[in-house]
Design a protein around this ligand. Structure first.
Ligand code: PEP
Length: 245
């Protein structure tokens, strides 16, 4: 079970320091893996505050080259060097705002894997695709186009674009259908279990229902991860879920 916090472009040094105080008081379980994705500039700072805790730190993106004339970009080697274990690749905000296409996302994922990072590859359909009944087809193409050659350290995050930050989530049936679909597509390439986590408006009210869905191996949390109390409540729900099931 994997619970991830994507802070996006939020939380400054002072808020991170307050957040870390909450984390320091919390009792973590060895059954649930967790990773925080802070703004890149604060990776070292967060690390210095929580490096004694069983929490991984990850980058929100990385470039497909390890060095060179790429002003403003982040090398996967730099993430690794600052102690990151994971990186998110292909988040819909990067795809939409920064025009990252499937081919580029595949390159970024491969570069990250070559730099010994674990990759969370995000896929997700638009509302129109969902309404027109094309969601399964859309995700299949995204996976076929973005899937890196090495599957060892790969997780997929199913994040319907229309669900991110909107408070709307797919039905239990739709999430289960999509996660099962994603696993089947990947099994065509490799006979190995790949974890698929769900992201999109996960919060303390819907977490129990989401975790109970077949083929959901964890969650990627955006907005609700910005308050330590809420994120830890989501984490605790995962621990409780594992202890009961
Ligand atoms: C995200 O952006 O990865 C995300 C899941 O955001 P939110 O939880 O705010 O919908």
């Amino acid at each position: 079970m994997f619970i991830a916090a994507n802070w996006k472009m939020n939380l400054d040094k002072k808020s991170i320091s307050e957040y870390a105080k909450f984390l320091q008081k919390f009792k973590f379980s060895d059954k649930v893996e967790t990773c925080i994705f802070p703004p890149t500039i604060y990776i070292d700072y967060l690390h210095s505050l929580i490096n004694d805790l069983p929490i991984s730190i990850g980058g929100q993106n990385c470039h497909y080259k390890t060095s060179g004339a790429f002003t403003g970009e982040i090398s996967p080697n730099f993430l690794r060097d600052t102690g990151c274990k994971y990186v998110i690749i292909g988040h819909s905000e990067r795809r939409i705002i920064n025009n990252e296409n499937n081919a580029e996302i595949k390159l970024r994922a491969e570069a990250a894997l070559n730099s010994s990072l674990k990759v969370i590859l995000c896929v997700g359909e638009t509302l129109i695709d969902r309404q027109e009944g094309k969601a399964l087809q859309f995700i299949e193409k995204q996976i076929n186009d973005c899937l890196p050659d090495n599957y060892e350290n790969l997780l997929i995050a199913y994040e319907p674009i229309w669900s991110i930050g909107t408070g709307k989530i797919p039905s239990v049936f739709e999430i289960e259908e999509m996660h099962t679909h994603i696993k089947k597509i990947i099994n065509k390439f490799v006979n190995k279990k790949i974890n698929v986590i769900y992201g999109g408006s996960v919060n303390i009210k819907n977490i129990n229902e989401i975790l109970d869905i077949t083929n959901v191996d964890g969650v990627l949390v955006g907005g609700a991860s910005l308050k330590a109390k809420d994120f830890l409540a989501i984490y605790s729900a995962a621990v409780k879920y594992l202890n009961i099931s």
